[in-house]
Design a binder for this molecule. Structure first.
Ligand code: ARG
Length: 470
């Protein structure tokens, strides 16, 4: 048993301290210590506000702020001993500060750990969204570089994993660029919603003391585009809601869905059966038994980690949905999934960028696959439509030709003119000109299509508009 009073922050009403098992069970410092920089930032701003309204003297405030700087310096240098009897990052810092600066006994005036933790996490989310934005920029840049180099590489596009229609590799990669750009927008929106200051909400119902919430918000950069302070509007919501946690984890999970789909395409393309892409040695691994193997482990792990991120969203939603307002200790469990979502998203995006950096399409294999004339059966339908055949009839006619080619064991484009004219008199000798992949793509130049000029335009647009910070 810890001695009564060891718990200096709330020990007053207790005659004995928590059991050692309870201390180990309830501590969060093992995972929330990483909030230290945000906690110190929040405390410095809170102290400044307390001085501004006359609760602290200027001298006390300056001593507290300097003390906080030294504590953070020690933490960052690895010279700080975290103590689980102080539960969490907030109390560890406050107690150490109080040992160094007696005035720190006043720091927690008009504040609760509930609004403190909400503030720390909002600062964390703003930081995390900015970091992910940079990481996404790097992944986008790697995709864009490969796409630029792959404008004249054509490969089959698939639906139902059946060969559907030809596209350029660049167009395929541009599809992923669209998805990751939307992810970027999502993180920017989350950062904006994080940008409200909860300090002053207290434990649940604010404070009777004459604090200045706008002052604190300004100090911490919780401001709108015009620089006006943004403070949360409801003290109960501010300490109880975990929307941001769920949104952030969801945005990570959705981004994971995107990189997992890229990964799945690459894993297929990298197989001997497809052989469309060559991956760099630096992001592949060998087999301990089979010497010939070069496995796409980076992409497989990207796919696997996406599942883990989905688990974090489920954990956060399940944890929150049945909680009565306002704070309940369950909410301490909100941090591990969020931190892991952030850490995994950062490393996954870096690995995605690295894996694409050295990747290259295998032109020959792609060309062989895309030479399957069946990929242009739909273009042949269009050929007849242009010659006045109704689409449904044209579809039927080409279907019959495909059947005929299967019966004759001939590729579609090797049927004779007599064969095709036997099915429809609309066919002329130029019908075989349809089986030209670059020409087929050149006919697809409306916005969003895989025509080479369209693709070039999209590439140029992304190159100019993405803030690619590499
Ligand atoms: N470590 C706690 C958490 O992360 C801090 C809040 C504690 N508040 C309380 N009322 N016990 O949730």
């Amino acid at each position: 048993m810890a001695k009564p009073g060891k718990q200096a922050t709330w020990g007053g009403r207790f005659s004995s301290g928590p059991a050692e098992l309870m201390q180990r069970f309830s501590e969060s410092v093992s995972f929330d210590a990483r909030l230290a920089p945000f906690d110190v930032q929040g405390s410095k701003a809170h102290a400044a506000m307390l001085a501004h309204v006359g609760i602290l003297t200027a001298k006390e405030c300056s001593a507290i702020q300097k003390g906080l700087d030294t504590v953070l310096k020690d933490i960052q240098a690895g010279n700080f001993t975290w103590d689980i009897t102080c539960e969490d990052v907030h109390m560890n810092i406050e107690q150490e500060l109080t040992r160094r600066v007696p005035a720190a006994a006043k720091l927690h005036t008009a504040r609760s750990r509930n609004d403190q933790v909400a503030t720390d996490m909002r600062l964390f989310f703003k930081h995390a969204c900015a970091e992910i934005d940079t990481a996404l920029g790097m992944a986008l840049s790697a995709l864009l570089t490969l796409a630029e180099a792959s404008q004249e590489i054509y490969l089959p596009g698939y639906t139902h994993l059946q060969r559907a229609q030809p596209v350029s590799a660049a167009h395929h990669l541009l599809a992923y660029i669209e998805m990751f750009v939307r992810d970027r927008e999502r993180f920017a929106q989350i950062a904006d919603r994080a940008n409200w200051c909860p300090l002053g909400s207290g434990a649940i119902a604010g404070t009777t003391l004459p604090i200045d919430r706008e002052f604190t918000a300004l100090q911490l950069g919780f401001v709108d585009k015009k620089g006006k302070p943004r403070v949360t509007r409801n003290s109960m919501d501010a300490v109880a809601d975990r929307d941001l946690f769920i949104e952030f984890a969801s945005a990570c999970a959705l981004c994971g869905v995107h990189w997992s789909r890229v990964a799945e395409d690459v894993i297929l393309w990298n197989s001997a059966e497809f052989g469309f892409i060559k991956l760099p040695d630096s992001f592949t691994t060998g087999s301990s038994l089979m010497p010939q193997k070069k496995n796409p482990d980076s992409f497989e792990l990207l796919r696997g980690k996406a599942a883990r991120l989905q688990g974090h969203v489920t954990a956060l939603m399940a944890m929150t949905k049945g909680l009565p307002l306002t704070y309940n200790r369950d909410l301490q469990e909100d941090k591990p999934p969020v931190f892991d979502a952030f850490d995994q998203t950062m490393i996954c995006l870096a690995v995605l960028a690295g894996s694409f950096d050295g990747a290259a399409f295998n032109e020959e294999k792609c060309a062989a696959a895309v030479s399957d004339p069946a990929l242009l059966a739909t273009d042949l339908v269009d050929y007849l439509v242009v010659r006045g055949v109704a689409f449904r009839d044209a579809h039927h006619i080409i279907g019959a030709l495909v059947g005929l080619s299967e019966k004759k064991k001939l590729p579609l484009n090797e049927l004779s003119l007599a064969d095709v004219q036997g099915v429809s008199d609309k066919f002329a000798a130029d019908w075989v000109d349809v089986f030209n992949v670059p020409a087929a793509l050149k006919k697809r130049e409306k916005t969003g299509m895989p025509g080479p000029r369209q693709v070039k335009k999209q590439l140029a647009k992304w190159k100019a508009s993405l803030r690619l910070d590499r």
